[in-house]
Design a protein around this ligand. Structure first.
Ligand SMILES: [Zn+2]
Length: 423
C-alpha cells in the first residue's frame, strides 16, 4: 500500500517536471504564472519544479516580462546548451558521432571509415569514436542516442541481428551505458531517420514513413507523432521481403529480397558485372548525372522495385508523406519520380492520389534522429529545431495539405503527457 503510494507520488512528480520543462522549452520566454496557466498545475507546484530546473541548469532566468500591475514576472527559458546530446550513426560506409545541442544543432562531429569492420572490431571502432566526441564536449552530456543497422530491440538497446557487422544479440545499449555511465538509447537507423524527418520538418504532421535506401533497405514509421515499432521492434523491415523468388541470393540467405533489387549494393553489383570492374557510388552518381544510359537503366529499374514495396506500405497504412532517404537519394529527382509512379500505379488510386514523395536529407539524418530519440526519452522534450528544413523540397505527385494540429492545442505537451515516444 505504502509502496504504491510512493510510486504514484514519484510518477506524479516526474510527470509534472516533464510538463513544466516542455512548456518552458516550447513557449520560452515564459513566467511561472504562464507555465501554471498553460499546464493547469498550481503555482506552488510550478515554483517548486522550476527551482529544481534552475538548480540543475535545465532552465534559466532571462530578465523580466511586462508587469500586469504587480511586480514584473521573471521570464524563463531552457538554454540551448543546457545539455549536450551525443548522436551516433553506425552507418555502412562510415561511423559518425556528434555532439548536438537541445535545438538540434551539431556542435562537434567526428567520423571514421567503417566499411570493413565487423564483430568486436566494429564495436571497438564505435566506442573509440564516442570517446573522441565526448572528449570535445564543453558541458554536461545528457546521454547517447545510437542509430544502429539491422534489427534493434529499442526497449533495451540490443542489436538482435545486423548481418553486415556480424552482430547477433549484441547488448549494444548496455555496453555503451556501462562504458560512459550515461543513459543510452538505441534505435534502428531507419527509425532514427524517420524521427529526424519528423522533428526537423517545417510543418510537423502526425504520420510519415521514411524509406532509407543504402547498402540495405528499411522503413522508419512515425504514427500519431510517435515512432512505431510494431508488436516488438521489427515494423518497417521491408528489405528482406522476397520480390522475386528466383532472384539473386541475398546476404540473408534467401533469394530475390528487395535489397537484391533496389539497394545501393544491388545497383553497384549490377554495374560491376556489366563493366567487369568495381564501380564506386560516387562514380555511379556522376555517370547517372551525365546521362549514361546503362547506369540510368539500372538505377531506374531499381526504383521501380522500390515503388512496388512502397505501394504495399501505402495500402497497409495510408500514410501520405513518404520520404526517400539514404545514399540512393543522391540519384535525386529522376529516381524519386520513378518510385512515385511505380507506387501510384500499384496502389488504390483513392489512396495514392494524395501521397507525397520527398527526398530526405542525406547528411547526418541518423545522428540527428538518434539525438532526438534520446532527448524525448530522457527529458520528455520533443526536439524543436532552431532551423526547420524548408519544405516541400521535392514533391512529385500532387502535394496535399499536411494534417495540421488543431489551433490552440500544443502538440508537444500532448507528447510529454504520454511520457514521450513509445516503441
Ligand atoms: Zn534478404
Amino acid at each position: 500500500m505504502e509502496r504504491t503510494a510512493k510510486a504514484t507520488s514519484h510518477e506524479t512528480r516526474e510527470h509534472n517536471e516533464r510538463l513544466v520543462l516542455a512548456t518552458i522549452y516550447d513557449r520560452a520566454p515564459v513566467s511561472r504564472a504562464d507555465v501554471a496557466r498553460l499546464t493547469g498545475l498550481t503555482r506552488t507546484t510550478v515554483s517548486d519544479v522550476v527551482e529544481g530546473l534552475l538548480a540543475s541548469g535545465l532552465a534559466q532566468a532571462i530578465g523580466r516580462g511586462p508587469s500586469t500591475g504587480g511586480k514584473a514576472p521573471i521570464l524563463l527559458e531552457v538554454p540551448d546548451a543546457a545539455r549536450l546530446l551525443v548522436g551516433v550513426d553506425l552507418g555502412d560506409r562510415v561511423f559518425t558521432a556528434a555532439t548536438v545541442n537541445l535545438r538540434g544543432e551539431i556542435v562537434h562531429r567526428v567520423e571514421v571509415p567503417s566499411e570493413d569492420a565487423d564483430g568486436d572490431d566494429a564495436l571497438g571502432l564505435a566506442m573509440s569514436l564516442m570517446d573522441q566526441v565526448i572528449a570535445t564536449a564543453e558541458g554536461p552530456i545528457l546521454g547517447i542516442g545510437v542509430g544502429a543497422p539491422g534489427l534493434v530491440d529499442t526497449t533495451d538497446g540490443t542489436v538482435v541481428e545486423a548481418v553486415k557487422r556480424d552482430w547477433r544479440d549484441l547488448p549494444l545499449g548496455a555496453l555503451v551505458a556501462e562504458r560512459f555511465k550515461v543513459p543510452v538509447y538505441v534505435a534502428n537507423d531507419s527509425q532514427a531517420a524517420a524521427l529526424a524527418e519528423h522533428v526537423f520538418a517545417e510543418t510537423r504532421g502526425a504520420n510519415l514513413i521514411v524509406i532509407k535506401v543504402g547498402q540495405g533497405i528499411g522503413a522508419g514509421i512515425v504514427l500519431n507523432g510517435e515512432l512505431f515499432g510494431g508488436d516488438r521492434f521489427g515494423a518497417g523491415e521491408i528489405g528482406h521481403t522476397v520480390m522475386d523468388a528466383n532472384g539473386d541470393v541475398c546476404r540473408c540467405g534467401r533469394r530475390g529480397c528487395l535489397e537484391t533489387l533496389a539497394s545501393a549494393r544491388a545497383v553497384l553489383t549490377s554495374l560491376a558485372a556489366l563493366r567487369g570492374h568495381p564501380v564506386s557510388m560516387d562514380q555511379a552518381i556522376a555517370d547517372f548525372e551525365r546521362g549514361d544510359p546503362q547506369v540510368r537503366a539500372i538505377v531506374l529499374e531499381s526504383a521501380t522495385h522500390l515503388g512496388e514495396a512502397v505501394a504495399s506500405l501505402i495500402g497497409a497504412l495510408h500514410v501520405r508523406r513518404m520520404v526517400m532517404a539514404g545514399t540512393m537519394a543522391a540519384f535525386g529527382e529522376p529516381w524519386l519520380k520513378v518510385i512515385s509512379e511505380a507506387a501510384s500505379s500499384r496502389s488504390l488510386a483513392a489512396l495514392s492520389v494524395d501521397t507525397t514523395f520527398e527526398l530526405g536529407r542525406i547528411d547526418d539524418i541518423v545522428v540527428l534522429g538518434a539525438s532526438a530519440l534520446l532527448m524525448t526519452r530522457e527529458l520528455g522534450l520533443n526536439l524543436r529545431p532552431l532551423h526547420p528544413m524548408p519544405r516541400p523540397r521535392t514533391f512529385v505527385t500532387e502535394a496535399a495539405a499536411e494534417p495540421t494540429t488543431k489551433a490552440g492545442v500544443p502538440p508537444r505537451l500532448a507528447v510529454a503527457e504520454r511520457g514521450g515516444l513509445a516503441g
